[in-house]
Design a protein around this ligand. Structure first.
Ligand SMILES: [Zn+2]
Length: 449
């Protein structure tokens, strides 16, 4: 089955960053077969297949959020105005521990509904210690592209019930990875996810990394250098800083993906660059938890790959990539001036930068022939915007600074429409939200029992 999508603009994000006015896409099965210019579209003649008239819409590559916690969606609004370690100890860890299979599935479904309607087509998710199979089920059923991984924790002084033995953590991760990595024709993959240094023994961190060597394309996903109090505790235990410690353990490599990286020393910048390790930048979360402002412009000039993520719903409190793009740009400007972090560089982080981070840039991240068809159609005329974009920078500016999820018209992942003209195609959203409310009510009863 082939589909021709005629657009007002196709923002390709190919290596030349080409944008085709009045261009089109031909999708065949799960793949982009051709990206056509205006002239090529006009010459096409008759077309065997579906023709979608999106000539008032702009096609962009689906957004890639490299740091999400679907297991926390239910806790939105229940952990506000706290510092990281208190946020974990008093709210998030007890809530995660109270999850059962049904509440975990409901949490994941509510999160996926929000991600899709705001144009996100790929995520890397960190789960909790238990019930990861429910996150995997939700991702598989809804059609989202994802790296998933249960949180590995064999130490926990903040909330001791939420942990496992080193042996159990490694064994259950291995079981999940064998079952998940490459699921749904490669749409669902595994990323081992030791939570952060303070919740993992040296042995667990090393064994988790070692596992990635047995599975092609597997990633190592953790948090690093998020908060000053956390960094003090890391220094006390490791006698060095967070990223230095990862390098000492020989777990800092190209498939090492580190959320936050706010408190890196200068040597750690060099190490990140030398090892080609990746930074997962979460602007809303960093601001809301008061964690700090990551030195992203310096990372960019150093040549470190940076991508974006909303983190968990209770430290944001949305899962909306438009918010992350806007804040990623704005938060640097008081420090580095208004020309820092321009709209185009932020849009790159949200698309091809995410694909590079996850090492799936041959599959997604741009609209090019041969790649998987992960496409978002935006209606830029929805906001009060009388100015017709005159050049490429106008388009990036409009998307990064002015758009929100209300501008998302349709979302395709792997050649399937998951959200079309405002309707969910693969999920019952009212039921998902109803179930989320009910499961949260029951979960809070378990917490307070
Ligand atoms: Zn996180």
């Amino acid at each position: 089955m082939k589909t021709l999508i005629k657009c007002s603009r196709v923002i390709t994000m190919d290596s030349r960053r080409r944008i085709f006015a009045d261009g089109s896409l031909i999708v065949s099965g799960n793949t982009i077969e051709r990206v056509l210019t205006q002239a090529e579209t006009a010459q096409l003649g008759s077309f065997e297949g579906d023709v979608i008239d999106a000539r008032s819409l702009v096609a962009i590559p689906g957004f890639i959020q490299t740091h999400i916690h679907l297991c926390q969606t239910l806790f939105r609004g229940l952990a506000d105005d706290l510092e990281l370690l208190d946020w974990l100890k008093l709210r998030i860890m007890p809530y995660e521990y109270a999850h059962n299979a049904k509440s975990m599935y409901a949490s994941a479904m509510a999160g996926i509904a929000e991600l899709l309607r705001s144009g996100t087509t790929t995520i890397m998710d960190m789960g909790s210690v238990h019930h990861e199979e429910e996150v995997i089920r939700a991702v598989t059923e809804t059609g989202l592209r994802a790296f998933v991984g249960k949180a590995m924790m064999d130490m926990n002084t903040l909330y001791p019930p939420l942990r496992e033995s080193t042996k159990d953590s490694v064994a259950s991760t291995l079981n999940l990875a064998r079952y998940t990595h490459g699921l749904a024709d490669g749409r669902v993959r595994y990323a081992v996810a030791p939570r952060f240094v303070l919740s993992c023994s040296d042995e667990l961190l090393a064994e988790a990394y070692a596992m990635t060597k047995d599975f092609p394309g597997m990633l190592f996903h953790t948090h690093a250098a998020e908060n000053r109090h956390e960094l003090e505790a890391v220094r006390e235990r490791c006698k060095m800083d967070n990223v230095e410690f990862f390098d000492e353990l020989n777990i800092l490599h190209a498939n090492t993906c580190l959320a936050h990286c706010i408190w890196l020393n200068d040597r750690e910048f060099d190490l990140m660059k030398e090892r080609n390790a990746k930074v997962l930048h979460c602007p809303s979360s960093n601001l809301k938890l008061g964690s700090g402002v990551a030195r992203i412009p310096l990372m960019q000039t150093t040549g470190i790959t940076v991508s974006l993520g909303a983190d968990g719903a209770p430290c944001n409190n949305t899962l909306n990539m438009f918010e992350e793009m806007r804040l990623a740009a704005l938060m640097q400007k008081p420090l580095h001036g208004p020309t820092a972090m321009n709209a185009r560089s932020v849009f790159e982080m949200a698309t091809i930068g995410g694909a590079t981070t996850l090492n799936i840039f041959n599959d997604v991240g741009s609209l090019e022939a041969g790649k998987r068809a992960d496409v978002v159609l935006l209606n830029l005329n929805k906001s009060w915007n009388p100015y017709e974009p005159q050049n490429d920078d106008d388009l990036y500016s409009s998307i990064v600074y002015s758009c929100s999820s209300e501008n998302v018209e349709s979302v395709m992942v792997d050649g399937r429409w998951l959200y079309r003209s405002g309707q969910y195609m693969m999920m019952d959203e009212p039921k998902a939200l109803h179930d989320a409310r009910e499961e949260l009510r029951l979960l809070l009863q378990r917490v307070h029992a």
